[in-house]
Design a protein around this ligand. Structure first.
Ligand SMILES: [Zn+2]
Length: 203
């Protein structure tokens, strides 16, 4: 059926359709037939299709270069990925989505401290409470959320380690600057090493 529709189109999309049209004249009529009903031509087409499926590669030229297929597939994959990223229903990954609303195949983050700062999944009272690991807050008392950014940008208890990262700075910009990343690493390592002094139990 789809082959007949392709032949009906005003503008042919591949060379095979053009070649078939060239063979047609007023003596030929095309009809859709139900498969496997004993029509000799249909049976022959079935046999040819089965035989072709055993080949290692495709030996006909479809009229569209491989590069075009690759480009179209890449575009489709990116569009699907972007739609899923934008329409997350269970509120997962929204912290990171607000930093990077657009998906990108070139974005690859391997530094664990950078990952923590971009996901809010790291050693901080917000994360410990969210996972029911430890009911605590920052001893400084200046923030009720106490997420990972509290330590990277604001907490006075680690002020002595901070020169470049300051309140109001965009986290995406901060993680793209090597010296700011280094400072972030020092701050988060310090919090990790001194967590019993920095975190205060709520019980
Ligand atoms: Zn604090």
């Amino acid at each position: 059926m789809s082959s007949l529709k392709a032949l009906q189109k005003l503008k042919a999309e591949n060379d095979q359709v053009v070649a078939i049209r060239d063979l047609l004249d007023h003596t030929v009529k095309l009809h859709w037939v139900k498969a496997h009903i004993g029509v000799a031509g249909n049976e022959a087409a079935d046999r040819a299709a089965k035989q072709a499926s055993t080949k290692d590669s495709i030996d006909i030229y479809l009229g569209t270069p491989t590069s075009t297929f690759k480009t179209r597939l890449k575009k489709m994959v990116l569009e699907t990925w972007q739609a899923r990223w934008a329409e997350e229903e269970e509120d997962r990954g929204r912290f990171t989505y607000n930093i990077f609303p657009e998906v990108k195949t070139t974005r690859c983050i391997v530094d664990r401290y950078v990952t923590q700062s971009l996901t809010n999944h790291g050693l901080c009272p917000y994360y410990l409470k969210r996972l029911n690991l430890h009911d605590c807050n920052c001893r400084c008392g200046e923030d009720s959320e106490d997420g990972i950014h509290h330590y990277i940008f604001w907490c006075p208890l680690v002020q002595h380690l901070r020169k470049l990262n300051r309140p109001g700075l965009d986290i995406a910009q901060a993680v793209s600057h090597p010296k700011r990343v280094q400072e972030m690493r020092s701050v988060l390592s310090f919090v990790h090493a001194n967590q019993s002094d920095i975190f205060e139990d709520n019980t």
